[in-house]
Ligand binder design. Sequence first.
Ligand code: NAI
Length: 257
Amino acid sequence: MKGLKEKVVVVTGAARGIGRATVVAFAAQGSVVVATDVLDDELAALVDEVKRNGGRVEGVHQDVTDAAAWPRLLADVVARHGGVDVLVNNAGIAIIGTIEEQTLDEWRKTAAVNVESVFLGTQAAIAVMKARGGAIVNVASVAGNVGEPRLAAYNASKGAVKLLTINAALHCASHGYPIRVNSVHPGYTDTPLVANAIGSMPEDEAQAYSAEIVAHIPLGRLARPEEIADPILFLASDSASYITGSGLIVDGGYIAA
Ligand code: NAI
């Protein structure tokens, strides 16, 4: 992919799953990666691993729902590395619950981590990118495109990420800011998020749910995190220079079927 070498990249939710794979992939392209998460030990282990493999990475503690921390984080990155070229808003949570079961507390928590963080991150990134340019990639979900009745709050949150992405892309384009804003919409991916969500169900329900998911994926398996990371890198790279306001579906054919 073009133009990722030396680029300064911030990835949220970097300690596990898709975020972790994304950090490893950017580092392999020669990017300078700032990996953020609330899980300090797992983040430190990732940083060690990437550095051992010759990558340039640093770990920063960040709760993406902390509004005041966003401008501070990006100002620090600008001070240390001269700018921010790419922001990947990846951190997210999924709490199982239908519209009848989901509590207001679960709804608010989901909205804060999955949507408010993208709002805050995108706003803070535009402020530091608008003069010299950049790319923002938001990790939405196929649940931002189609219904997922077992995940009421998550479903709504990812729909919001899809439209917020479009909104920000149009805003940047109409103001002449050289910033592209896109979303990636993964299907079911083999990460702790899925394992924990399914693990929170009663055993028999969990087994039926897992079987039903795989039965509905034309490629017949969950994605590996690396298979989501590469499309994220593509949208962040100069290879996607004419792509903005787009939602790239990466789901093994799930919503096409
Ligand atoms: P994961 O649970 O494996 O990793 C998520 C990471 O985000 C964790 O390291 C966690 O500590 C971090 N995080 C959570 N809350 C945070 C907060 N408040 N501040 C900072 N970091 C926080 O999840 P996974 O699967 O890697 O998901 C990454 C993104 O991909 C999420 O936005 C998720 O909704 C999305 N996604 C995942 C799919 C899947 O099947 N795994 C499918 C579609 C989208």
